[in-house]
Design a protein around this ligand. Structure first.
Ligand SMILES: O=C(O)CCC(=O)C(=O)O
Length: 273
């Protein structure tokens, strides 16, 4: 059961038409503060962005599930899962999960979209390959670097790039989440305020696409074991049938987490596991 108040279909339609939907106050203040505190040791001003995309006045923390376990609560939030379950094929993967702390003085990010598949020779418009989310951990305001989206741009041809005057700011209170088609053009806005803006962006992709972050290396089996089966599957500790795709040394990858795991037992030409 999710807490979308029965409007799952409307939200799916909004993502289809506009490319995005916003779930306001999806988590409460207590969880916002719990996750903010878990991130604090990693946001001490020591790792500013390395280029204009990461942002020179921005701190990003990657491999979040190896550092801040409470982030799992938003990655597998029931409302988000309800939407992603409907938008992506079974066995979809967690492609990225990073926090983005935008400090005052940050300039706008370049416009981009998240589920690029040009390396496969597949350009937009095309079927959906990803769904992204951006969770606000501070109120997103008109001046503090709120994400900017270009409605409808998920259906644009590859060569059409984003333009400032087509973008709208996603103003939303802390605890809210923007859920969008992976092909929607967006960017982090400029932070012209005097305060920081913290966000976390879990991104999900089709099982056929390579994850942006190499999740099974970022979250090795001894750490993945603390998470739900759903999170483990999304990290990549799962197989896809037909073809037993994703096996490790001829065995189900969950055996690396739990040696007793009784998944698929036999595959022709492979040792029984
Ligand atoms: O920080 C934001 O609001 C957006 C960041 C983003 O889209 C990204 O880094 O891919």
């Amino acid at each position: 059961m999710n807490d979308l108040n029965g409007n799952l279909a409307e939200r799916l339609q909004a993502i289809e038409n506009d490319g995005f939907t916003i779930i306001e106050n999806a988590i409460d203040r207590a969880l916002v503060e719990e996750i903010r505190s878990a991130l604090a040791p990693f946001c001490q001003g020591k790792h500013p962005g390395r280029n204009n995309f990461e942002g020179h006045h921005t701190e990003r923390v990657y491999a979040l599930l190896a550092k801040a376990p409470s982030v799992a609560k938003i990655i597998e939030h029931s409302s988000v899962m309800a939407l992603v379950d409907a938008l992506l094929p079974n066995n979809y993967l967690l492609s990225a999960a990073l926090s983005i702390l935008v400090h005052p003085g940050e300039t706008p990010q370049p416009f981009h979209y998240d589920d690029a598949a040009e390396h496969l020779g597949i350009n937009k418009p095309r079927p959906r390959f990803g769904v992204s989310t951006i969770w606000a951990f501070d109120d997103f305001t008109a001046s503090n670097g709120a994400t900017e989206v270009i409605p409808g741009s998920h259906r644009w041809p590859e060569e059409r790039l984003g333009n400032e005057c087509e973008a709208i700011k996603v103003i939303m209170p802390a605890g809210s989440v923007l859920v969008f088609d992976g092909a929607l053009i967006h960017r982090g806005g400029a932070n012209n305020s005097a305060a920081d803006r913290l966000a976390i962006t879990p991104q999900y992709c089709s099982p056929g696409l390579r994850q942006i972050e190499n999740m099974v290396l970022a979250v090795p089996p001894n750490i993945a074991g603390q998470y739900s089966a759903k999170i483990q599957n999304m990290l990549g500790y799962n197989i896809i049938e037909p073809g037993f795709k994703g096996y490790v040394d001829g065995m189900h990858p969950k055996k690396l987490i739990d040696a007793q795991y009784k998944g698929r037992k036999y595959q022709a030409n492979l040792p029984a596991s």
